[in-house]
Design a protein around this ligand. Structure first.
Ligand code: SF4
Length: 70
């Protein structure tokens, strides 16, 4: 199963929580901040990566991150 990760740029308040709480197996954040808005490192992920990206989704205070089945 594949999933699509999206950040709603209009909703994102640039708090950096998603960047702070998520890491891949190499310790790299799964979201990067660009011009004050978060951007997912990957727009399409696998089952294996879902749990880590979910932590980012759950950390967002304004629910700007969505994860949907591809
Ligand atoms: S946690 Fe939400 S509001 Fe904060 S930077 Fe990430 S996407 Fe934006």
């Amino acid at each position: 199963m594949a999933y699509i990760i999206k950040v709603d740029k209009d909703a994102c308040i640039g708090c950096g929580a998603c960047e702070a709480v998520t890491t891949d197996e190499k310790g790299k954040s799964l979201f990067v901040m660009k011009n004050g808005k978060a951007k997912p490192l990957k727009s399409k992920i696998t089952d294996k990566e879902l749990k880590a990206y979910k932590e980012g989704e759950e950390s967002c205070p304004v629910e700007a991150i969505t994860i949907k089945k591809a």
